[in-house]
Design a protein. Structure first.
Ligand code: 5GP
Ligand code: MN
Length: 321
C-alpha cells in the first residue's frame, strides 16, 4: 500500500491537483489533502491546483488558497494527482506533473491508465475521498479535512444512493461524522441547493430530452448558444443527468454539451445493464461502469447515432447472456 506520509516527508515542495471541470470528489479530495498536509507538515511548501472551485463548495476551508494558474518554472519534489483517470485529465497542471521529481496518482476510476511513477488506484472505492481516508492517519483528520472528504463521498455516491456505496463507504462516512461536521448542511448546501439559473437549465434539458431505443436511452443536448444565453458554466449542469437516469424504463442517460465546432462533451449514466465506461474508453474518455464521460467530434447527430449503436449492442449482448 502507498505510504503517503513517507513520500511527503522526503519532499520539500508538493503540488496537489485534480481534473479539469472539478466536481465534488475532485475539490473535496484536493482540499482535504491540502488541509491535512498543511496542518501536519507545517514547514513544507504545499500548493493546491484546480481550474476553478464551484461556488457551492466555497465553504470548505482554504478554497481561497487554490491556484488556478500553474506557477511557471516551478519544479516540485512531489506532485500528487487526485481523481484523474488519465494524465490528460490534469489539464493545465500536466506539465508540472511531468516535471516533478516524483509523481503519484491516487484515484478510484477502473479505467485509470496508471500514468504515474507511483499509482494507488482502488477501483471499488466510491470516491477518491474514500481512498484518501484510508491513506490518512485517522487521528490526524480534523473537522476541516472531514468536511472535504465527506463532501466528496456525498457527491460521487449521489448522497449514498449510487451502487458504488459500500459498507466501507458508510463506515468511512460514519467516522467523518464523528469529527463534528454537519452532514445535513453539507448535503443541502453543496448537493441539493440549485440556483434559479441551474433549475432553469435542468428544466430545459428535461423538456427537450428525447427517448431512443424504445425508451431505453434518454438523450439531451445543450448547445453553446444555450450556455451563453443563461450565462452558464459546465458545473451548472451537475445533477441534470442524474434526474434523466431515474426516468422509468431508461437503461442509459446521455447528456451532450457542445464545447466547440463539431466538438461535444458527453456524460453517460447507466442503470446497470450497460457498461458506459467501456463505451467512453473507445472515444478516449473513461470513468466507471455506471458513470463515465468522453469528448467526441462530429455533429450532435453523429454523436447520438454513434453512442446509441454501442448502447444497443451492449443491451442485445446482455439479453443474449
Ligand atoms: P461526468 O459525466 O460527471 O462528467 O463524469 C462521470 C465520470 O466519468 C467521472 O468519474 C469522471 O471523472 C469521468 N469522466 C468524465 N469525462 C471524462 C473524460 O473525458 N475522460 C476520462 N478519463 N474520464 C472522464
Ligand atoms: Mn471521483
Amino acid at each position: 500500500m502507498l505510504n503517503l506520509t513517507n513520500l511527503v516527508k522526503k519532499a520539500d515542495t508538493i503540488a496537489i491537483a485534480g481534473h479539469v471541470r472539478p466536481d465534488g470528489d475532485c475539490v473535496g479530495s484536493c482540499l482535504g489533502l491540502y488541509n491535512y498536509l498543511t496542518r501536519e507538515f507545517g514547514g513544507k511548501q504545499v500548493d493546491v491546483y484546480l481550474e476553478s472551485v464551484p461556488e457551492a463548495f466555497s465553504f470548505l476551508k482554504n478554497t481561497d488558497k487554490v491556484c488556478t494558474e500553474a506557477k511557471q518554472g516551478t519544479v516540485y519534489d512531489l506532485f500528487i494527482s487526485l481523481d484523474c483517470g488519465s494524465v490528460d485529465r490534469l489539464g493545465f497542471t500536466e506539465a508540472l506533473f511531468h516535471a516533478a521529481g516524483m509523481n503519484v496518482n491516487i484515484d478510484h476510476h477502473i479505467s485509470n491508465t496508471l500514468f504515474a511513477k507511483c499509482n494507488h488506484v482502488e477501483g471499488k472505492a466510491s470516491s477518491t475521498c474514500e481512498v484518501l481516508y484510508g491513506l490518512f492517519d485517522e487521528e490526524k483528520i480534523d473537522k476541516s479535512v472531514a468536511e472535504c472528504l465527506y463532501l466528496g463521498i456525498v457527491h460521487d455516491t449521489g448522497v449514498f444512493k449510487h451502487s458504488n456505496t459500500s459498507r466501507r463507504t458508510m463506515e468511512v462516512a460514519g467516522c467523518l461524522l464523528e469529527k463534528g461536521i454537519s452532514s445535513s448542511k453539507i448535503i443541502d448546501d453543496s448537493f441539493y441547493r440549485k440556483t434559479y439559473l441551474q433549475n432553469q437549465i435542468l428544466g430545459r434539458c428535461l423538456l427537450e430530452s428525447i427517448l431512443l431505443l424504445e425508451g431505453k436511452i434518454i438523450f439531451s443536448f445543450v448547445s453553446q448558444k444555450v450556455m451563453q444565453l443563461y450565462g452558464a458554466v459546465p458545473a451548472d449542469l451537475d445533477g441534470i443527468i442524474d434526474q434523466m437516469r431515474v426516468t422509468e424504463g431508461v437503461e442509459v442517460a446521455v447528456l451532450v454539451r457542445e464545447e466547440g465546432v463539431q466538438c461535444h462533451k458527453v456524460s453517460m449514466r447507466s442503470n446497470g445493464k450497460v457498461d458506459v465506461s467501456r463505451i467512453c474508453c473507445m472515444f478516449g474518455g473513461g470513468g466507471h461502469k455506471m458513470a463515465a464521460g468522453c469528448t467526441m467530434n462530429g455533429s450532435v447527430h453523429d454523436v447520438m447515432n454513434n453512442l446509441s449503436a454501442h448502447i444497443s449492442h451492449q443491451l442485445s449482448a446482455y439479453k443474449a447472456e
